[in-house]
Design a protein around this ligand. Structure first.
Ligand code: 13P
Ligand code: SF4
Length: 386
């Protein structure tokens, strides 16, 4: 068990498979704490047939059952390597889709609640991205020189499989927050410009850290004609940023950093690169969720941190590091929650597992084969980049 929290031990009795009549609604009407023993028992029955993957933002009552916890990059590597027949993804839809793309044909990926989406991923639809590319073609931005492409499409993992496929088919790739810089370098070695989807903040923060000035970046708004960008600015830009953002991380503001500086002298500010550029500029460190954890882990006793990321992770870090003499607080005391990931509850977990015990696969995430083919190309390129 590699989860941050200890899972309750399996009940002595074997799991009771969900009877045919047992609907999800029935589970949802039961209290949380009645699910623990059922989840543990179903897992014990399924043994190594099932692996539970949990993203760091998942709530405590669910993540404590995870066999593996991680950020998007780490979980996608685990999904590519595991030989379990069933992968239960306690994360959001695009993570489960990614696991299915990387899985072997005989593996099944399950998302315990199909409503666990991602508001950022929803900000880029494939039709909009195709329209954008057509406009960029008409503007002469996609054609390059003899040794380089004009434009490389690069998408954040937090996007639909169809967009990953779009990038793979056009010589581009996928990145996560932990290898965005490597992916930008990969793309600039092959093309003159990058179209970065769908998180403008991660794109801006990454490009700026590589020395690209803000004046050489433009924001493409899919709801405006020609993205709302004048042709001369488009031609001069090195990075075209899609107008998308994470509703959790965008809530952190520069004044939150100012307050920590004023009220907590000596405290380090560490934020996720999905935060606004203005916040990242004021922070001491930037990092994916895995890197944030690693940074605090390696810090000496007596260190203190204000962390700008999802509140479940921040609260767990505060609890875990307090006995080691490290203080962790959230950068914004209203505490930003990923409401979509939060949808996965112990009841959804018990329902999915007990159905598996009964031989039924519920909420399977299956990416269409034609999409899978190019999305895998883009993901395989990502897995080569660090
Ligand atoms: P990482 O998992 O790459 O840190 O990204 C955080 C996130 O917002 C996932 O949706
Ligand atoms: Fe999407 Fe933001 Fe939630 Fe991550 S934290 S899943 S980017 S809404």
């Amino acid at each position: 068990m590699i989860g941050l929290l200890e899972a309750p031990s399996a009940d002595a009795e074997a799991a009771v498979a969900a009877p045919d009549s047992c609907t999800l609604d029935h589970y949802l009407s039961q209290p949380d704490d009645t699910m623990d023993a059922r989840i543990a028992a179903a897992r014990a029955t399924l043994g190594t047939d099932v692996v539970l993957l949990g993203h760091h933002y998942q709530r405590d009552e669910v993540i404590r059952f995870a066999d593996f916890t991680g950020d998007s990059y780490k979980l996608s590597r685990i999904a590519a390597d595991t030989s379990a027949k069933y992968m239960l993804f306690c994360g959001v839809h695009f993570m489960a889709e990614t696991a299915d793309i990387l899985a072997k044909p005989w593996q099944h990926v399950i998302l315990p609640d199909l409503n666990a989406g991602c508001s950022m991923a929803d900000m880029a639809e494939i039709g909009q991205v195709e329209d954008c590319w057509d406009s960029l073609e008409r503007a002469g931005v996609t054609s390059g020189s003899s040794d380089k492409a004009g434009l490389i499409p690069l998408t954040y993992m937090n996007s639909a499989a169809s967009i990953k496929a779009f990038c793979g088919e056009r010589g581009g790739l996928v990145c996560t927050s932990s290898n965005a810089r490597g992916a930008f370098e990969w793309a600039f070695a092959r093309g003159e410009k990058i179209l970065f989807l769908p998180d403008q903040h991660l794109g801006r923060n990454t490009a700026f850290a590589m020395g690209i000035p803000i004046s050489e970046m433009v924001v493409w708004d899919p709801y405006q004609i020609n993205g709302g960008v004048a042709p001369d600015r488009l031609k001069a830009a090195r990075v075209i940023l899609w107008k998308g953002h994470c509703s959790v991380h965008q809530r952190f503001l520069p004044e939150h950093v100012d307050r920590v500086r004023r009220e907590e002298p000596g405290m380090q500010v560490i934020v996720h690169p999905e935060c606004r550029w203005e916040v990242c500029q004021k922070a001491d460190e930037l990092g994916s969720t895995e890197r944030i954890i690693d940074y605090i882990e390696k810090a000496p006793a007596g260190s203190s941190f204000a962390v700008g990321t999802e509140i479940h992770l921040v609260n767990r870090l505060a609890k875990r590091f307090a006995p080691l003499g490290k203080r962790v607080i959230t950068l914004d005391d209203s505490g930003c929650l990923c409401t979509t990931m939060y949808r996965i509850s112990p009841q959804h977990l018990a329902w999915s597992l007990e159905n598996l015990v009964a031989g039924r696969v519920v909420n399977r995430i299956k990416v269409a084969e034609d999409v899978k083919q190019w999305a895998k190309v883009a993901l395989d390129r990502m897995l080569e980049v660090r």
